[in-house]
Write a protein that binds this ligand. Structure first.
Ligand SMILES: Nc1ncnc2c1ncn2[C@@H]1O[C@H](COP(=O)(O)OP(=O)(O)O)[C@@H](O)[C@H]1O
Ligand SMILES: [Mg+2]
Length: 316
């Protein structure tokens, strides 16, 4: 057990995480010097524009990165650095410690097997129990995920289920591992707006029941505010603001976080002028400086440090 984690009570402690890719245009700094931590049972959301590195950050926790990715830093989960353990141990973490829910459940469900059976397989592999016990637990998990007529659904194939139902199956599958942490990458983006809310309510109820922590990537600020205690705003591979969700999402301090908030919702969404920088050609100082309307002289040349959860020279 890592001493620091024991002292701070963290479940997950990401320190100076970097994920880089080599490309024809140079090094793609998809995740750059990200530090972030989660306590047991804490629910956090990660927001940011497309392409800022959210999915890569999530995948790096499970070491499921595309080939060619170069990883550096530390990912301490329950005190163990996941970047240092052998692949065999990592498979155990994927099997038991961390559950994952993706945007497109159909991509992760096998079309050839009944969905209940697939949930039962996850139970069996993570607990090493008999098929019979695995089946009864799988049925309970389908119930937990509020899937009506769980016994009937157990035998159905993915194509027989709606998108919302498939996402419920994914949630029961992720919970089948009794994970201490659930990572959800845009779990409701592919769903109808009417189904979205019920899936998020379900997630919250399931987490309350199981005590698992959550790292949820989402574009839905309203949902993030209702689901999470903590929020982090990511831009061009870095976290620029982190803190209590109510504060970060309702009255963000970083100019990027406020611009993102204004672009997200309300009566009249205001797009953020300009475009994010290429991850192969990042500005020298603050990454948001070229688009920022309150930048000062040092913003263009000096990388701002974190101060009170905000990485901005104007917030020192
Ligand atoms: N295999 C890869 N090779 C090179 N660059 C990649 C690769 N995978 C992702 N990237 C780059 O990493 C950046 C972050 O991607 P991603 O994490 O998927 O963004 P987000 O989930 O925030 O939309 C993107 O700019 C993307 O182009
Ligand atoms: Mg993504």
């Amino acid at each position: 057990m890592n001493k620091m984690c024991l002292e701070t009570g963290s479940l997950l402690e990401i320190r100076n995480l970097k994920v880089h890719f080599q490309s024809v245009d140079g090094i793609v700094r998809a995740v750059d010097e990200v530090s972030f931590s989660l306590r047991r049972g804490e629910k956090a959301c990660l927001v940011g524009e497309s392409g800022c590195g959210k999915t890569i950050l999530a995948l790096s926790l499970l070491r499921l990165l595309p080939p060619g990715a170069k990883l550096a830093g530390e990912v301490l989960f329950q005190g163990v650095d996941l970047l240092q353990i052998p692949e065999k141990e990592m498979r155990m973490v994927r099997r038991q410690g961390i559950g994952m829910i993706f945007e497109q459940p159909s991509a992760y469900l096998n079309p050839l097997f009944p969905v209940g059976w697939q949930v039962a397989e996850v139970v069996r592999l993570s607990r090493g129990c008999s098929r019979r016990d695995a089946k009864s637990r799988a049925l309970r998990l389908l119930d937990l995920a509020r899937i009506p007529e769980a016994r009937k659904r157990y035998r159905q194939f993915p194509h027989q289920l709606s998108g919302g139902m498939r996402q419920r199956v994914m949630i029961s599958m992720a919970l089948a591992k009794d994970p201490a942490l659930l990572v959800a990458d845009e779990p409701t983006t592919a769903l109808d707006p009417t189904v979205r809310r019920s899936i998020l309510t379900l997630l919250r109820d399931c987490l309350d029941e199981t005590g698992a922590a959550l790292l949820c990537i989402t574009h839905d600020w309203e949902a993030a505010r209702r689901l999470c205690e903590t929020a982090a705003v990511m831009y061009a591979g870095q976290i620029l603001e982190v803190g209590p969700a109510g504060q970060v999402l309702d009255s963000p301090k970083h100019p990027y976080a406020s611009a993102l908030r204004r672009s997200m919702g309300g009566e009249k969404p205001e797009p953020i002028p300009g475009n994010p920088p290429a991850l192969t050609d990042l500005p020298c100082g603050c990454r948001f400086q070229p688009r920022c309307n309150c930048s000062c002289a040092q913003c263009a040349s000096v990388v701002p440090e974190f101060n009170g959860g905000v990485r901005c020279h104007n917030h020192q």
